[in-house]
Design a protein around this ligand. Sequence first.
Ligand SMILES: Nc1ncnc2c1ncn2[C@@H]1O[C@H](COP(=O)(O)OP(=O)(O)O)[C@@H](O)[C@H]1O
Ligand SMILES: [Mg+2]
Length: 263
Amino acid sequence: MDRVKLGIPIVDEFVDEGFPLGSLVVFAGPPGIGKSVFIVHAVIGALNKDWRVIYITFDDEPEDILSVLESFSKDVLVHVSSNRLVLIDGFTVPISGLSGSSWVKVSPTNPLDSLTTIHNIIRESSVEVGKLLIVVDSLNEIVLRNEAGLVLDFVKGLRGICKRYKALGLVSLHTGIPGLEQLYHAIEYLSDGVIELGFDPSLEQLGIPLRRLRIVKVKATSHSLEWIPYTILRDGKISLVDVKKIMSNIRQALSELQGMITK
Ligand SMILES: Nc1ncnc2c1ncn2[C@@H]1O[C@H](COP(=O)(O)OP(=O)(O)O)[C@@H](O)[C@H]1O
Ligand SMILES: [Mg+2]
């Protein structure tokens, strides 16, 4: 089975053999935890490997995605003009009289049409099998605007495209909306890989927001099941967090507090 590293720091380190080509991998977690940042790393990694990237943006305007990508790599616009990076706009609402988006457009209210659009782009651009990254950021709008069966059909269809072209599919999923837990589980169950992101609950209670991730599953691959603490640096880079250092800071803060009480 051909395997590949995602180009994402930390995640690649903890999945020894890499992700099987043809996999659909979900990044699940609350808003602001870093799902899009992880995906941006994978996009830059794929472009650097001369892969094609098809990126459907449902959460932001394509121009905003481009600016973020450009902050990581200056070559992004060149990749857009050579069609190596194809952005699909699932965000912009067409308003009469306002100049429309020049990007290929899809609507979150018609998820199966989005799959057809992806497939047409693949067929028209003679993509090399095994050298394609497909991104859906995020699945949220599709989840909120469609009945559960259609959402799952979208996930299954996307997985089918990934398998057919030995592509790697990355999907971000905002979790935490009450009542949707069963659907989240079904989406994760249908996916080949699941990476869960969240804040450490004990430290969150103390007002310390520590991000952490857990590789829940990767098809046919051994991997760590540990929670791995990470941080997103000012330049968007992802870095491991030294928990021992945090514990020592907390101990020191507690002993200073203790000193104030006993005075
Ligand atoms: N380009 C960037 N450079 C630096 N930090 C960023 C950048 N993009 C996002 N961040 C930081 O990462 C956090 C997570 O952002 P994001 O990946 O968009 O979250 P999610 O997609 O999970 O909602 C943001 O709150 C911000 O602090
Ligand atoms: Mg996001």
